[in-house]
Design a protein around this ligand. Structure first.
Ligand SMILES: [Zn+2]
Length: 420
């Protein structure tokens, strides 16, 4: 026997209906290779939003939209008071898949449809959300509108973001007609819980043969830009002992970066993804190299340790080689520890439903990482084929989508409390 608040094990979502909705949404903003190009605040985004709204209203929900286009479809509870929020994002990368983000929004809708079918009432209202511009490709940064909602960015700053053609976020929002009248973040206190179902976008769950990832943490990130200065000189005529080779300095520092990350195995990672070599000519020893070291870990103290050791090791290597070196922190965000109660609801739901599951750390950023600042939050992940995402070939199975949404249903019901 489950606890009094635990919904019956046989309560399941309709996997076929969920899948049909995913396929229907994927027809809007098709990509060139079977995926989607439904970038934020394009005409296709507007169409996708309209379809989502029609579906929500057909399911008896009322739609609220805030001044930066975040959508909130509400199913009433039997009592007033804070609601359980479910959702993710409908925008995609320019060469994106059909499930990244979309599964979390339409999974939320499927939860409501299931409750309607079975006549299940909840004490707390349930709200299904679509956060504007999660992807951040058209308007940087990613998770922009959930960030404004959570108070990380201001609304003005968000509206002034421009795309590659110089078009403003605020103007494009007006153009597609999705500026609502709700003050952004006005509902912060209305969030009893937020649950985001998302595809893993990595290979771990599939490799481990698990249906469900119970996301306990979001990885933190630190970017340190390193400038190593030597002397440009001829690659042929400069004797080896007289060289001040900034390229070699960088190579030795990157070796240290690798060792530093490995010293915090298995969760810490480190690499330089961006490298500029000057003058970048075949027959000139590099006189200056600028590169950005990307360290990530779910543990803030580990990130701080890696940053500090990069500076000490980098300085030591530069001194040894007669090179100049400068460090500048150019970006980052702190790791996220999701709410224990929400995480337990997800784990308990997977357990009760008999789905194989494991705890997992999100390597990518998600709207949930910002919303966790203003309300108890957790994430559910389902596997994706070969871990592939941000690619039109992104694929999941109907069974995985169904399992993830079943867990979303049961976790939501635990948080919203079924009325007998
Ligand atoms: Zn996403």
């Amino acid at each position: 026997m489950d606890g009094p608040m635990a919904p019956a094990r046989n309560l399941r979502i309709d996997g076929d209906r969920l899948w049909d909705s995913l396929m229907e949404m994927a027809k809007i903003g098709p990509g060139v290779a079977g995926g989607n190009n439904r970038q934020t605040l394009t005409d296709a985004d507007g169409e996708g939003r309209a379809l989502f709204q029609r579906w929500c209203e057909a399911a008896g929900m009322t739609m609220g939209v805030d001044r930066i286009g975040n959508m909130f479809a509400r199913r009433e509870g039997t009592e007033e008071g804070p609601a359980v929020y479910l959702g993710s994002h409908l925008d995609t990368q320019p060469t994106g898949g059909k499930y990244d983000g979309v599964l979390g929004v339409l999974g939320g809708l499927e939860v409501i449809r299931t409750l309607n079918d079975l006549g299940v009432k909840t004490r707390r209202p349930i709200v299904v959300t679509n956060w504007t511009n999660e992807e951040g490709t058209r308007f940087a940064p990613a998770m922009l509108a959930s960030g404004v909602f959570a108070g990380v960015h201001t609304q003005d700053w968000c509206e002034d973001r421009t795309d590659a053609e110089g078009k403003r976020f605020g103007d494009e929002l007006d153009r597609i007609g999705w500026r609502g009248d709700e003050e952004v973040g006005a509902r912060r206190d209305d969030i009893h819980s937020f649950l985001e179902l998302h595809i893993e976008q990595g290979p771990i769950l599939e490799a481990e043969g698990r249906d469900i990832g119970v996301v306990t943490h979001g990885q933190g990130l630190s970017w340190t830009q390193v400038t190593v200065t030597g002397k440009d000189s001829h690659t042929g005529s400069t004797p080896m002992p007289m060289r001040r080779d900034a390229g070699l300095g960088m190579a030795r520092i990157l070796q240290a970066v690798n060792e530093i990350a490995l010293s915090h195995a298995p969760h810490a990672v480190g690499a330089a993804g961006h490298i500029d070599v000057h003058p970048n000519s075949r027959n000139v020893i590099p006189g200056r190299v600028v590169f950005t070291v990307d360290f990530r870990s779910p543990d803030l103290s580990v990130i701080e340790d890696m940053e500090a050791r990069l500076r000490t090791e980098g300085q030591r290597i530069a001194d040894e080689m007669g090179l100049g070196i400068a460090f500048e922190k150019v970006g980052g965000f702190d790791p996220v520890a999701f709410d224990e109660g929400c995480v337990a609801a997800v784990r308990g739901a997977a357990e009760r439903l008999g789905y194989s599951h494991m705890d997992i750390i999100s390597g990518a950023g998600h709207d949930a990482c910002w919303i966790n600042r203003v309300g108890p939050t957790a994430m559910i992940m389902c596997p994706c084929v070969d871990g592939l995402s941000h690619n039109e070939a992104e694929e999941i199975s109907k069974d995985w989508a169904t399992a993830g949404t079943d867990v979303l249903l049961h976790a939501a019901l635990e948080r919203a409390e079924v009325v007998a």
